[in-house]
Design a protein around this ligand. Sequence first.
Ligand SMILES: NC(=O)c1ccc[n+]([C@@H]2O[C@H](COP(=O)([O-])OP(=O)(O)OC[C@H]3O[C@@H](n4cnc5c(N)ncnc54)[C@H](OP(=O)(O)O)[C@@H]3O)[C@@H](O)[C@H]2O)c1
Length: 334
Amino acid sequence: MTANNFVAMIVEETEDKNYPIRIGERSVKDLPSGDILMKVHYSSLNYKDALSATGQFGVTRNYPHTPGIDAAGEVVESSDRAFKPGDKVIVTSYDLGMDTPGGFGQYIRVPAKWVVPLPDGLRLRESMILGTAGLTAGLMVEKLIRNGVKSEQGEILVTGATGGVGSLAVAILSKAGYRVIAATGKSSQKEYLLSLGAADVIGREDVLQGAERPLMRERWAGVVDVVGGEMLAAAIKSTRYDGTVACCGLVGSRELSVNVLPFILRGVSLMGTDSVQCPMAPRRIVWEKLAGEWKLESLETIVRECTLHTLEKEIRAILKGQMRGRVLVNLLKS
Ligand SMILES: NC(=O)c1ccc[n+]([C@@H]2O[C@H](COP(=O)([O-])OP(=O)(O)OC[C@H]3O[C@@H](n4cnc5c(N)ncnc54)[C@H](OP(=O)(O)O)[C@@H]3O)[C@@H](O)[C@H]2O)c1
């Protein structure tokens, strides 16, 4: 291994549209141009990484490719005055890991405007246990708060609760003082969800009960949804007067079939959440909160650590909805 080469996950595209994954060497000089060369200490696995690593439509256009929409590490070279070698930084989303070589490699080169200084109060490892999932969960909680949802107004539903975004949403909402009801398809994970701060755990079918009706019993003061489809529709129809539903995902379905009654009779708000092009100001606000008032003691119970060499089986598991919590990728050991 020369100083200019590094270890990375490399996804190829074959003529018959297979996407074999291997761990190999890449060269720093082949990284795209950019202001900041960063040595990646940690990355993490998100649902979108699994889509990119398996060639699924709409994520990555150009292969061979190194996925990884999250990276935390230290600046090695900088042509931007805001950063200097040795600075600890976080990069999530934008084009990282989509068509820009991502955090499943030991080095990345990115524009300075993608880079967030590691906030005081957070270690690099902690920042990647959170990663895009934590940022997205935080952005959704922030939307509920800014839309006026208060803890005394009632319970907050979190769907897909054992997944990455769901687990962190449960923990952040609980830390922020809300009474959280975690909805999951994994009845065996009740203790895990309670340990994150859920007040109660219900099954997916409980959320869907009565969903054939145009409006359902008013239950939720707010909702954090990662599932989409019928789950999101049912959540909207059972949100209480003036409540807020924040959504970010499509693991169940990207379709949404719902009538206007919850919006025009109950004043329910539906708020979309995007962590990819999210501007720097709200991004930094959420990272500061994650390092401060929302700092989670439960982070180590949410995470499982792997290296590049053991990452592929985690990629297969997340695609099957089998994930619990977060997978941290340790690039220092890869
Ligand atoms: N908009 C954004 O910026 C943004 C950012 C991050 C993530 N996302 C999206 O958010 C979603 C979740 O991401 P993630 O990283 O948290 O994924 P994840 O770790 O795989 O978690 C998803 C969870 O959803 C539940 N689930 C899976 N398949 C389901 C199905 N068919 N029906 C109902 N529930 C199902 C499972 O939890 P239970 O077994 O507990 O129900 C699963 O653990 C993805 O769609 C991702 O693309 C969007």
